[in-house]
Ligand binder design. Structure first.
Ligand code: NAG
Ligand code: NAG
Length: 383
C-alpha cells in the first residue's frame, strides 16, 4: 500500500527546506512532485498502444528504441520522449503506461495514459463528420475516465486530492491528431481551421476535470510546427517558393494552423488561470522550442533538420508506403544528427533538446522553477 498523505519523496519540513535549497542551487524542480500523470498521443505514449492489442506493428520492434533502450518499448522514437526527460528532471522514474500495470505499487510515481493516435475530440465528432476510417478510440475523454478509475486504486476517496495536489500533470501534446486525421481526409485548410475552437474546448474541459479532481500543477503544451514535419513537407511539397519559410524551409501555411491553435489555447489558459487562481498552469511552447532549433540546427548538433532519419526516399526521406519499421525502410547512421525520427515523431536527441528548453524555462510559462516555488508555498500554507 502507498500512503497518500505522506509523499514518499519530499516529506517533512526538513526535507522540504532541503528541496528549496536544492532548487535555489540547481534552478530545476527536482523533488517537487511525488508523481506525474500524463495524457496525450504518440508524442507521449510510452507503451499503451502496443499493450492495448491494437496493431502498431512497425513500432513493436527495432529500429524503434535502438538508441536508448536497445529494444522497442512502444515509444514512437529511437529513444526517450519529452515525458521521460521531464520525469528524470523531477527525480522520478519513467512513467508506467496505464495499460502495463494493475496495482497501486505499479503507479506509485504516477501513470501515463497517453495513447498513440489519440485525439482531443471524441471519436463521435469525427464519425459525425463522416470520416471514412474510425480514429483511435482512446481519445482524451477516455484517458480521463481511465484516470478516474485509477484514483480509487491508488488511494481512498478522501486522499485522492492529496495525490493530485502533489502531482505534476502533463496534458498533451493533444490535438495534433485531430488535424492530422482531417488532412488525411483531404479536407481543406479552411475547413480544418473550423475544428480549432472545438479542439481547444476539449482541452479546456480536461483542465476543468483535472483541477476539480485536485490537480494543482498542470503542463499544457501547444501544437508543434506541423509545416516542419517530414510527412507534411512530403505530402504538400510545392514548387511555389513563397509557400516556404526561407529561414527554416518549413511550409508556412501549415505552421499558421499550429499558430492559430496555440494562440487560441493561450487565450483559454489565461481564462482558466483566472477561474483557478490556486492552480499553476504551465504553457509548454512546443512550437517555438522546435522552430528555435530549426533556425540554427547546427548550433544544436542537428545536421539533417528536415529529413527523417528512419524512412525511405525523397527530399525528406519519407514515403507513406515505406515507413520506418517496414521492410523497405532504412535508418540513418547517426539518429542524433536528425530532428525527425520517422517522419512524424522526433528523435531521442530532439526530444532531449526540446525537454531541456522547457525545463530551463526558455519555453515554459511560468517556468518549472516558478511552478515549484508556488507549489512549496501552497504546501507550507496548508500545513
Ligand atoms: C466525450 O467522451 C467523454 C468520455 O467518454 C464523455 O464523458 C463526454 O460526454 C463525451 N462528449 C461528447 C460531446 O460526446
Ligand atoms: C513512394 O514509394 C512508392 C513505392 O516504391 C513509389 O511508387 C513512390 O513514387 C514513392 N513516392 C515518393 C514521393 O517518392
Amino acid at each position: 500500500m502507498i500512503s497518500c498523505s505522506s509523499p514518499p519523496v519530499a516529506s517533512g519540513r526538513g526535507l522540504r527546506l532541503l528541496v528549496v535549497l536544492f532548487l535555489l542551487f540547481t534552478g530545476t524542480a527536482v523533488g517537487c512532485y511525488t508523481s506525474i500523470f500524463s495524457f496525450g498521443d504518440s508524442i507521449a505514449d510510452t507503451g499503451n498502444a502496443i499493450n492495448s492489442g491494437i496493431i502498431v506493428e512497425s513500432v513493436r520492434h527495432l529500429p524503434y528504441g535502438q538508441t536508448y533502450f536497445g529494444h522497442a518499448t512502444g515509444r514512437f522514437s529511437d529513444g526517450r520522449l519529452i515525458v521521460d526527460f521531464i520525469a528524470e528532471a523531477m527525480g522520478l522514474p519513467m512513467l508506467r503506461p496505464y495499460l502495463a500495470g494493475g496495482n497501486a505499487e505499479d503507479f506509485r510515481y504516477g501513470a501515463n495514459f497517453a495513447f498513440a493516435g489519440a485525439t482531443a475530440l471524441n471519436a463521435s465528432f469525427f464519425e459525425d463528420k463522416g470520416f471514412q476510417f474510425s480514429p483511435m478510440e482512446y481519445f482524451l475523454g477516455v484517458q480521463l475516465e481511465w484516470f478516474k478509475q485509477l484514483l480509487p486504486i491508488l488511494c481512498s476517496e478522501s486522499n485522492s486530492k492529496d495525490i493530485l495536489s502533489n502531482s505534476l500533470i502533463l496534458l498533451g501534446e493533444i490535438g495534433g491528431n485531430d488535424y492530422n486525421y482531417a488532412f488525411a481526409q483531404k479536407q481543406s485548410i479552411q475547413e480544418i481551421r473550423t475544428y480549432v475552437p472545438s479542439v481547444i474546448d476539449a482541452i479546456r474541459q480536461a483542465v476543468d476535470v483535472l483541477i476539480q479532481l485536485g490537480a494543482t500543477t498542470l503542463v499544457v503544451p501547444g501544437n508543434f510546427p506541423i509545416g516542419c514535419v517530414p510527412a507534411y513537407l512530403s505530402d504538400y511539397q510545392s514548387t511555389v517558393a513563397e509557400e516556404y519559410d526561407p529561414q527554416t524551409g518549413c511550409i508556412s501555411w501549415l505552421n499558421e494552423l499550429s499558430e492559430y491553435h496555440n494562440s487560441m489555447l493561450l487565450d483559454e489558459l489565461n481564462q482558466l488561470r483566472k477561474v483557478y487562481p490556486h492552480a499553476t498552469i504551465i504553457y509548454a511552447d512546443y512550437y517555438e522550442a522546435v522552430l528555435n532549433i530549426l533556425r540554427s540546427p547546427q548550433q544544436f548538433g542537428f545536421k539533417t533538420p528536415l529529413a527523417a532519419c528512419c524512412g525511405s526516399d525523397g527530399l525528406y526521406n519519407f514515403n507513406w508506403s515505406k515507413m520506418c519499421g517496414t521492410q523497405m525502410s532504412k535508418v540513418c547512421s547517426d539518429p542524433s544528427d536528425s530532428l525527425s525520427w520517422d517522419g512524424i515523431h522526433f528523435t531521442d536527441a530532439a526530444y532531449s533538446t526540446i525537454a531541456l528548453s522547457l525545463l530551463d524555462g526558455t519555453y515554459a510559462y511560468p517556468s518549472f522553477t516558478e511552478a515549484c516555488t508556488n507549489f512549496q508555498q501552497n504546501a507550507a500554507l496548508s500545513q
